[in-house]
Ligand binder design. Structure first.
Ligand code: ADP
Length: 598
C-alpha cells in the first residue's frame, strides 16, 4: 500500500534520540538557535560600526569597542559550540549505531515467524534495514532538521532586520523566500509518492541484482546460459524506474527554475529599492551596506533552507520506513509456564501426555486458501513418527505449526494437555529442536555449527562425539583438522558438500537436548546407504525422546512407531508401516511407486 508522508513518527524519533544522546540533542538545538539569532546581528553591528568609525571620540569609543566585542562573540560563540558538539558527536556516533541496531534486533527476535512469509513484512524488513544501515534512521534527520531550524530562524530574523531599515524592503524579502520553499516542498512530496509507488519494482531490481552477485545463481546462469535473459529483465525494470524518476525530476527542475526566477527578481528589486532609499537620504551608506549583507544572508539561508528541507524530508521517509517495521505482529511473550518444565507441577493425566492436534487449520499470509485443512493427530511421548505425502501436501507447514513456530488459525494443539498458544514461547522452544529443509550453513567453526543449538555446552566433547558419530562425521572432522576449523568459503574456511552440510544440520538438531526433535527432509542429499545409517543411528540416540521425521522417501517408515500420511493439508492415514501397506490406500500407493525404483 502506498502511504503518504505524515508526521506520525516524528515524536517517537525525537524521543529515541533523546534516549541515546540527550546532551547532543540539547547542545545541537541550542547551537542552532544561537547561530540562527546571533548571525543576524552581523549586518546590524557592521552598519553601526560603519557609522561610528568616522566620528570616534572619547564618548563613543567605549560603545564602538563593545560593538566590536559583541560582533566577535556573535562570530566566535557558535563556532566554539560546534567544535565542542563535534567531540560529543563522535561518542554519539557509536551509541546511535548500537541503539538503532539493537532496537531492530530486539524487535525482529519477537516477530511472529509466519509473518516472515508475508511479502509486505519482508519488504518492510528490507526498508528498515536500509534506513538503519545506510541512513542512520533518525539521527541524520535530526541533523538536517537543526540546520533547517537555524536557517529558518535566520530568515525570520533577517526579515526583521530588513524591515527595521524600511518596510518597503519587506515584500521583496518575503516573496523571495516563500514561493521558492513551497516549490521545493511540493517537488519533494511528489518524489516521495513516486518513490513509494515504485516499491515493488525496486524490490525486484534489488532481487535481480542480488542474483548477479551471488555464487550459486551466477554459476547456474552461466552454465545454463540465461544471463542475457536476466540482464534484459534487470535493464527493463531499471529503465522503468529511472524513466519515471527522470520525468519527475524534469518537472521539479522546471518548477524550481520558476522559484529561482522569482527569488532573483525579488533580490534585484530589493537592491534597487535600497539604492533609491539611500539616494533619497532615508538610508545611510552603512545601512545600505548592511541591507546588501542582509539580502546576501537571506539568499544564502534560503539556499540552505531549500536544500536541507529536501534532505530533511528525504531522511524523514527513511525514519518512517524504519519505524513502520515496528508495526509487524509480534509473539506474545507472556503466557503460562510450560508444565513439563516445572519441577513441582503435577504430572498430566495418562490420556493427556504427548502432543494432540485437533482440527488444526493454517493459512499463509496473503494466501487464498488454507494449507492445513483440519489436521487431527496424536503423538505419544517418546514416539517416533514419520510424516509422508506428496509434494505440497502440507508436511513442512505441519512441522512449523506443530512446534508452535507458526500460529494455527483455528483448532487446538496441546502439549501434555496444555494449550500451546498459552505456553510461554521461550519455554516452549527450549523443549523443541527443529531441523528444517532450508537449514543455514553458518560460516563459523565446525564446533559452533553443531553446538550453536545448545551453546552453553560448546565444550562438551562427549556429547559432540555422540552426535557426530551418529551422522558419521568423525573421519571428516579429523581430515579437515578438527572441530575448530572454520567452515564455509565466505571467510576462507573449509567448504563442505551438500550432504555433509546436511549431516552438520542433523548433528545440530541432535545436540540440542530437547524433548521433541523434528527433522524436515533431513537426508534428501545423502545417498541411500548413508541415509539408512544416519537415520537408524538417529533413532537409537534419541530413545525416550519424541521425534517427528518428515520425508518424501518412505524407506524410513519401517523403523517408525507410526506413519502419518498427509494429503491436501489433511492427515488421511495413520498407523504402522505394515498396517498402512496392507490397507491399500495412499501410503500403499506411494510405497508401490517408490518400490519401482529400487
Ligand atoms: P510439503 O512439505 O508437503 O511439500 P509445504 O507444507 O511446504 O508442503 O507446502 C504446502 C503448500 O503450502 C504449498 O503447496 C504451497 O501452496 C503453500 N505454501 C508453502 N509455503 C508458502 C508460503 N510461504 N506462502 C504461501 N503459501 C505457501
Amino acid at each position: 500500500m502506498t502511504k503518504n508522508m505524515s508526521g506520525r513518527y516524528f515524536g517517537r524519533c525525537i524521543q529515541d534520540i533523546m534516549r541515546f544522546m540527550p546532551l547532543l540533542f540539547w547542545g545541537k538545538l541550542f547551537t542552532s538557535i544561537a547561530e540562527g539569532i546571533l548571525k543576524v546581528w552581523h549586518p546590524l553591528l557592521i552598519a553601526e560600526i560603519f557609522q561610528l568609525a568616522p566620528e570616534l571620540n572619547d564618548v563613543n569609543i567605549r560603545i564602538f569597542k563593545r560593538k566590536i566585542i559583541f560582533l566577535c562573540i556573535c562570530i566566535g560563540f557558535p563556532s566554539v559550540c560546534t567544535l565542542l558538539l563535534r567531540a560529543v558527536g563522535l561518542y554519539g556516533e557509536c551509541r546511535k549505531e548500537t541503539f538503532y541496531g539493537s532496537k531492530m534486533y530486539e524487535f525482529a527476535r519477537k516477530m511472529r515467524l509466519e509473518a516472515l512469509e508475508d511479502k509486505t513484512v519482508l519488504d518492510g524488513f528490507r526498508k528498515a534495514d536500509a534506513a538503519y544501515s545506510q541512513h542512520l534512521a533518525g539521527s541524520r534527520m535530526l541533523s538536517y532538521l537543526l540546520i533547517d531550524v537555524e536557517a529558518a530562524l535566520l530568515c525570520i530574523s533577517t526579515f526583521f532586520v530588513v524591515g527595521s531599515f524600511s518596510v518597503w524592503l519587506l515584500p521583496g524579502a518575503v516573496l523571495g523566500v516563500v514561493p521558492h520553499l513551497l516549490i521545493e516542498y511540493i517537488s519533494e512530496r511528489r518524489r516521495n509518492k513516486v518513490y513509494r509507488g515504485q516499491s515493488a519494482k525496486r524490490r525486484r531490481l534489488a532481487y535481480l541484482w542480488r542474483l548477479f552477485c551471488t555464487k550459486e545463481p551466477v554459476k547456474e546462469m552461466r552454465t545454463m546460459g540465461f544471463q542475457e535473459f536476466l540482464k534484459k529483465k534487470w535493464v527493463r525494470t531499471n529503465v522503468d524506474v529511472v524513466q519515471e524518476m527522470e520525468e519527475l525530476e524534469l518537472k521539479a527542475v522546471r518548477l524550481s527554475a520558476l522559484g529561482v526566477l522569482v527569488r532573483n527578481c525579488c533580490y534585484v528589486a530589493n537592491v534597487a529599492i535600497a539604492l533609491v532609499l539611500m539616494l533619497q537620504g532615508e538610508l545611510a551608506a552603512g545601512q545600505f551596506a548592511a541591507c546588501l549583507m542582509a539580502f546576501g544572508l537571506l539568499q544564502d539561508q534560503l539556499f540552505m533552507l531549500s536544500s536541507f528541507v529536501t534532505a530533511f524530508l528525504q531522511s524523514y521517509h527513511h525514519v518512517e520506513e524504519y519505524y513502520d517495521f515496528f508495526q509487524a505482529e509480534t509473539e506474545d511473550e507472556g503466557g503460562e509456564p510450560c508444565h513439563s518444565m516445572e519441577e513441582n507441577h503435577a504430572r498430566p493425566a495418562k490420556g493427556e501426555t504427548g502432543i494432540k492436534l485437533r482440527n488444526v487449520h493454517f493459512r499463509y499470509p496473503g494466501a487464498e486458501q488454507d494449507t492445513l485443512n483440519g489436521v487431527d493427530l496424536d503423538i505419544r511421548k517418546g514416539e517416533h513418527i514419520v510424516i509422508v505425502g506428496v509434494n505440497g501436501s502440507g508436511k513442512t507447514t505441519l512441522s512449523k505449526v506443530l512446534t508452535g513456530a507458526y500460529r494455527a488459525a483455528s483448532g487446538e494443539i496441546r502439549y501434555d494437555g496444555q494449550n500451546i498458544s498459552k505456553i510461554r514461547k521461550k519455554e516452549l522452544y527450549r523443549d523443541i529442536s527443529l531441523v528444517s529443509q532450508d537449514f543455514v550453513h553458518y560460516n563459523f567453526s565446525f564446533r559452533e555449527n553443531i553446538c550453536i543449538s545448545d551453546f552453553e555446552h560448546m565444550r562438551d566433547e562427549g556429547r559432540i562425539r555422540k552426535v557426530t558419530d551418529v551422522v558419521g562425521m568423525q573421519e571428516l572432522i579429523q581430515s579437515i583438522g578438527g572441530l575448530d576449523v572454520q567452515l564455509g568459503r565466505e571467510f576462507g574456511g573449509c567448504e563442505l558438500s551438500g550432504g555433509e552440510w546436511q549431516k552438520v544440520a542433523i548433528a545440530r538438531g541432535l545436540f540440542r537436548d530437547s524433548e521433541l526433535i523434528v527433522l524436515d527432509e533431513p537426508t534428501s542429499a545423502l545417498d541411500p546407504l548413508v541415509e539408512y545409517e544416519v537415520l537408524t543411528g538417529f533413532l537409537n540416540l534419541i530413545q525416550g525422546r519424541t521425534s517427528v521425521v518428515i520425508s518424501h522417501r518412505v524407506g524410513i517408515c519401517r523403523h517408525a512407531d507410526k506413519v502419518v500420511v498427509m494429503k491436501e493439508g489433511k492427515v488421511v492415514e495413520c498407523g504402522s508401516h505394515e498396517e498402512l501397506k496392507s490397507a491399500g490406500g495412499e501410503y500403499a500407493r506411494i510405497w508401490g511407486e517408490q518400490a519401482k525404483w529400487y
